[in-house]
Structures are given as C-alpha cells and as structure tokens.
Design a protein around this ligand. Sequence first.
Ligand code: 4AD
Ligand code: MG
Length: 454
Amino acid sequence: MKRTLVKDALASEAPVESLTVAGWVRTRRDSKAFSFLEVNDGSCLASVQVIADAGIPGYEDIARMSTGASVMVEGRLVESPGKQKWEIQATKLTLLGIAPETYPLQKKGHSPEFLRSIAHLRPRTNLYGAIFRTRSRMAAAVHRFFLDRDFVWVHTPIITASDCEGAGEMFHVTTLDPMADNKSYDRDFFGKPANLTVSGQLEGETFACALGNIYTFGPTFRAENSNTSRHAAEFWMIEPEMAFCDLEGDMETAEAFIRHLVQTMLDDKSGDFDFFCKFVDKDLRERLQAVADTPFVRCSYTEAIEIMQKSGQKFDYPPYWGMDMQSEHERFLTEKHFKGPVIVYNYPKEIKPFYMRLNEDGKTVTAMDVLVPGIGEIIGGSQREERLDVLEGNIARLGMDTANYYWYNDLRRYGTVPHAGFGLGFERLIMFVTGVQNIRDVLPYPRTPRNCEF
Ligand code: 4AD
Ligand code: MG
C-alpha cells in the first residue's frame, strides 16, 4: 500500500486521480446517500474530509467507522465546495480497527488532568499532536544550530558514578533487592554506587577539552521532590561545552541559541504554531517575536538583588544577597521588571556547584542563568574552574569524594584551558514556544513524584 500523508494531500497543488490515505476517524456524519468522514493521520493538525457514497466497496462497514476507528481510504483528491480546499471522494473504504463506545476521546474539550491519565491516547488529540510534532521539530532545530557551528554531538552516559550538580538528587542504579538484608556495593552490579545522570556536563567537558566545541542532548534524571509545573524527574537537556571560551562567550551562545529556536517556531508553517497562538496562549506570537527582536538584558546577581529590594514588590521570600533565587524572583525580573529575557550572572559561590569558576572578588562565581517570561530559568550555565588548585579546594570544601573526580581534575592537570557551557531544559523550551503551562503536557510520559504510569 502506498500511503499519502494527509499533510501532503492537503498541500497538493492539483487534483489527484488516485490516492490512499489511512488514519483515525475524528467524526462522521451520515445522510441517506453518502457519509462524511473526518480522517486524521497525525501528519498535521488538520483532518481530511472524505465523502463516501453509499454502495462503494467497504461502505457496508460505515456504521462501525465511528470516532477513534482506524480506516484506509482510497479515492480521488478533488476540490471541495466547503471551507477547506481539498476533499477526498472515496472509491473504497477499509475498516482496519473498530473503536467501541468505551473509546475515551469521543468528545472534544477534555481537561489536561484527564488526558494525562490517558497519556497513551492523548497524542490523538489536536493539542497533543501539535505539541509532540513541535517537540520533534525543535529537537531537529537544536541539532541544526550546533552542527552548523561545527559542534560535535557527544553521547554521554546515562549511568554514572558522579553527581555533577552536587545536590544529591540522584536515582540509584542497583541490581540488589531493596528488600534483602546484607546489602553491600561489593555485591552490586558495578561494585560501587551508581546512579542515573543528573547532567552530562562533566563527561561533556572532557570531550570539549579534546574536540573543542561539543554538545550533549539526552535524558536527565533528578530525584527532586518538587511537585511543580516546571520540574520533572526525567527530562531532556542540551548541554553545549566550549573550549577556549569565557562567561561572555557562553552568554552570547546561549542567547543566539534561544533566538534560533524561537525563530524556528515563528517560521513554522505547519499550522501547529498558529494553533498554539489561537487556542493556548493569545500573547504567544508577540512574546516570541519580542524575544527574536530584542537583545537579552544582562544583569549581575548583585544588581538583581538590589533591583528587587528597591522594587516595593512583596515576595514570599524577601530578597537578600546570598539567597538562592526562587521562581517568584526570577519571574519578577523577567516578567515585571525587564519585561523580556534576562541573563543573570556572577552568583554567590555558596549557592552554586563546585565546578564554577571563582571570580577575582573571591565571593562570586561565573554562573549565568537565562530567565524568560512565563517560565523563569530556562538555561543554567557557567565558565568552569580551570585552575587545579582552586578546583581541588572546592572539592575539599564541599566534602566531596576526591577519588571520584580524578579524571575530571586531570583536565586541569594536563593542558588545562578556559572553557564554559550551559544546559537548556528541553521541556522548558517546549513550554516557552507553545505557551503550554505544565511540564507534564510536553513530555510523552511525564515522570514526577509518585507518578510512573505507563
Ligand atoms: O541549572 P541546571 O541544574 O544546570 C546543569 O545541570 C548544568 N550541568 C548545565 C551546564 O552547565 N552544562 O539545569 C539546566 C537546565 C535548567 O535551567 C532547567 O531549564 C532544566 O535544566 N532543568 C529541569 N527541567 C525540568 N525538570 C527539572 N527537574 C529540571 N532541572 C533543571
Ligand atoms: Mg539552574
């Protein structure tokens, strides 16, 4: 069977004498002599209208071609007298699979909560189809950005023995029975503690210090017990790492990267972006256009704290120098004060991980976070500490196990270079470019505390 995608059929320049489409019935209306079917195959938002005259082969099954049933339609692509340009005049129908009344997507307008409970069927709805097609296109845009700039994609391990962020929020990987006594790592699969990676950065750095510019793009795991609309236990992260690069170069790349991704979305002609602008977030186009057009504001952490202290704004956590910024602070800065993307840099060393480069002041490190309206932190990054003695001092100060990081320190021992990088949370990006408010709706199967269904 040679199948034409609905997307291609609807974009046709001329009538087509014979074609076959296959998909799922969205709706059906019957009259005496014929039936209308709306068939969606997931290749685009739109469904194709099919007119099936009573009596064509397969029409005897028409009553069972209900919402959710799968069908194959052979026919002619003809100009439609209705509001759409093309429709299919069927010459033959084949019922592939029925969908009885228990099919949960009979009606439109289900809540996101209900649709999460049927995550295996929700890609068949307009919204989730558009989200997951967008996710795929954005992933391609990520690769395009870096490959066009001669970055090498490195596949860092998913199982590691290091904790990059030092937050201890790790999922342990073990083959030992958690219910059994006498547990010892000696009997465990790796003979030592292992966990799912919280970041590919440390391994990424070793490749940057050999290949120059690299990036990673893969799943990341954090056992953060925060049930927010912006945190997932399993999410995807893109982590570029650049040798011979300082904080300034890091911020420039981060800004160019976000701009490229936003422009990709603005250029979308598939109908998905229009759908988000119309049905998900009426301000989306304007917000993204502003991001594409205006340079990102740069603001040091110290300035940011002063701005908030002088703002008169009431915060649940009143700002003071040395605090870790909460979502309310990030959102205030990007949404209320600067009204656009802002890069906050030079954070107090106490609230940042061991690998960030210490500034001359001895108090701050070359960290940077990119904050965007509607999301808050979308990127976190830094210039890395390339001085062996300072790095070893950090590892000791934080009580980390030096033996685990000998290989990381070797980069400083042998031919050390200034280098920098950052991490973009892929789901936060998808939320940003679609206007979707909850991270659970941009992951195919979201994993969050007490939720590992499917
Ligand atoms: O700021 P983070 O923790 O930085 C790192 O992991 C560094 N190793 C990156 C680097 O310099 N190579 O995380 C980076 C980004 C955040 O800005 C956020 O967008 C996303 O990852 N992120 C999450 N997204 C969803 N769920 C979570 N639990 C997330 N934690 C971080
Ligand atoms: Mg961060």
